[in-house]
Ligand binder design. Structure first.
Ligand SMILES: Cc1ncc(COP(=O)(O)O)c(C=O)c1O
Length: 491
């Protein structure tokens, strides 16, 4: 039998000293620090002298030291785990940090024996500023749709992201961090973020730079000025909110991507003008959510893994619309390799070209090509999803999209009303489109399947447009699911 030589006491002390230095340097975990200090003190002091004078006592001493070491590492362990996680995150800079997304929470069960009841508390359940409220959104069982279809229809409540109340919280964070890492954006330098955002006609995704502003609270060093270019026919709630939050908003008339005044092109050129102007401080950084792959990577590193974990690794279909394509691509790229039989289905509003792209490999009929129509590129009242070009973010996983379902405006409005009436869930237009498509997928797959879709934002962001058309809820309590699915097709 090979004998493992005992670790010399001096070496144990050295390791503990090192651990103490790391903890001190990081200024973390007071209780671990105290325990380590106690261990060092006891071995270093009388215990150490005793070992030197009475070598026979080594065995007893080693036993005692073992107990003390175990106590020390019991306290050290969670800290080291977090440290390793953080290091891992740093080594893949294009992902959203686990700490920001709320991981690393240590659950502790306190037992009250006298009352024989359990109380679950979390030591680190305090969020680090508003940025700490991004991600880890709930997965909601939509009872009415699940009962009506016999499938389990689950909605990822992205409107509960704590900063800007949409999945773009994750994306904004990812893009800003990547830009800072690449030296494209420097805090306190006068640099400003420019973005083309929110297209109510459907060309663009709905994007709220608001999280960037709110993120200032997370770390006051992050203070870029947001200049947002958006089409002027989108719901005014969003631009009002941006102005309130201190952003500058330039509303432009809806135009095709081939037009230099189109909102994304406008944001790009405004950023370039800023950089080129010597009289202005800092540089202009064009975030470019449509083509910037930090977008899908944010969903790949957070939304996808969350869904997988929340479903215990069991889901049969993932359904989502695409504006930039970041959500569907990031989630598909994470989920598909783990669940090759899972279907990825695109939910596409009327007028969008992606449905045809997925179904038939072509984007549109020549008469519908982007740039040929004067006003609305995507003729729908739905905001945030639907587009007539393949973006880099959609391209990233388009081969993983198995099917597409087209949803018309009437169906979307009927579904939005249904969700309030039956489940008390008040969402915006893209979420309603997603739910209609999820129901259709459930009907195709048959009872017993589990389908996950995205609840993107709240109906409060759509009061003046989508909900103004959808009308008030109430009066018709016996709506059937067929009524929702047949909406827009009645004689
Ligand atoms: C309202 C809304 N709908 C849909 C989406 C889906 O977007 P994307 O394809 O850009 O990930 C978003 C993204 O923020 C959104 O805010």
């Amino acid at each position: 039998m090979t004998r493992v030589p005992p670790l010399p006491v001096s070496q144990s002390i050295d390791s503990l000293r090192k651990a103490r230095c790391i903890l001190k340097h990081e200024g973390q975990h007071a209780s671990a620090l105290q325990t380590v200090a106690k261990v060092i003190k006891s071995i270093d002091g009388p215990l150490g002298i005793m070992i030197t004078k009475h070598p026979r006592m080594t065995l007893t001493t080693a036993f005692i030291a073992g107990i003390l070491l175990t106590l020390g590492f019991k306290d050290l362990y969670p800290y080291l785990k977090r440290r390793i996680r953080r290091q891992r995150w740093r080594s893949s800079p294009s992902t959203t940090p686990a700490s920001v997304l709320g991981e690393g929470t240590r659950k502790v069960t306190l037992e009250d024996n006298s009352a024989s009841n359990h109380l679950e508390v979390s030591i680190s359940d305090i969020s680090e500023g508003i940025g700490g409220c991004i991600g880890d959104t709930p997965l909601i069982r939509i009872k009415s749709l699940s009962e009506a279809t016999g499938c389990e229809i689950l909605g990822k409540a992205e409107f509960l992201n704590g900063a800007g109340n949409s999945p773009k919280d994750r994306v904004a964070l990812s893009m800003i961090q990547m830009a800072e890492e690449e030296g494209l954006l420097t805090p306190h330098s006068g640099d400003a973020v420019y973005e083309g955002t929110v297209g109510s006609t459907g060309i663009s995704s709905t994007f709220y730079p608001a999280p960037w502003i709110l993120l200032k609270e997370m770390n006051s060093a992050h203070t870029p000025l947001i200049i947002s270019c958006m089409p002027d026919d989108q719901a005014t709630e969003k631009s009002d909110l941006l102005l309130k939050l201190g952003a500058k908003v330039e509303r432009v008339r809806p135009a095709s991507i081939v037009d230099q005044n189109q909102f994304v092109n406008k944001a790009r050129s405004r950023a370039a003008e800023h950089t080129a102007d010597p009289s202005r401080q800092g540089r202009g950084f064009f975030a470019d959510q449509f083509e910037n792959t930090a977008n899908w990577r944010a969903h790949h590193s957070s939304t996808g893994p969350e869904i997988y974990r929340q479903c215990g690794g069991h889901l049969d279909a993932f359904v989502a619309g695409a504006g930039t394509g970041g959500t569907i691509s990031g989630c598909a790229l994470f989920l598909k390799p783990k669940l090759p039989n899972m279907k990825v289905v695109l939910a596409d509003p009327q007028g969008s070209g992606l449905f045809n792209r997925i179904k038939y490999g072509v984007m549109f009929a020549p008469t519908e090509r982007e740039g040929t129509r004067r006003r609305h590129q995507v003729d729908t009242i739905v905001e945030g999803i639907g587009i007539n070009r393949v973006t880099a973010n959609f391209e990233a996983a388009k081969e993983l999209v198995d099917d597409a379902i087209r949803v018309n405006d009437e169906q979307a409005m009927a579904m939005a009303r249904w969700l309030v009436e039956k489940d008390g869930i008040f969402v915006g237009s893209s979420s309603a489109v997603n739910c209609v498509a999820a129901v259709k997928v459930a009907m195709q797959l048959g009872a017993g399947n589990r389908i996950v879709t995205i609840l993107c934002d709240s109906g409060t962001r759509h009061l003046s447009k989508f909900w103004a058309r959808a009308g008030n809820v109430g009066g018709k309590a016996d709506t059937k699911l067929e009524d929702v699915l047949n909406a827009g097709y009645e004689q």
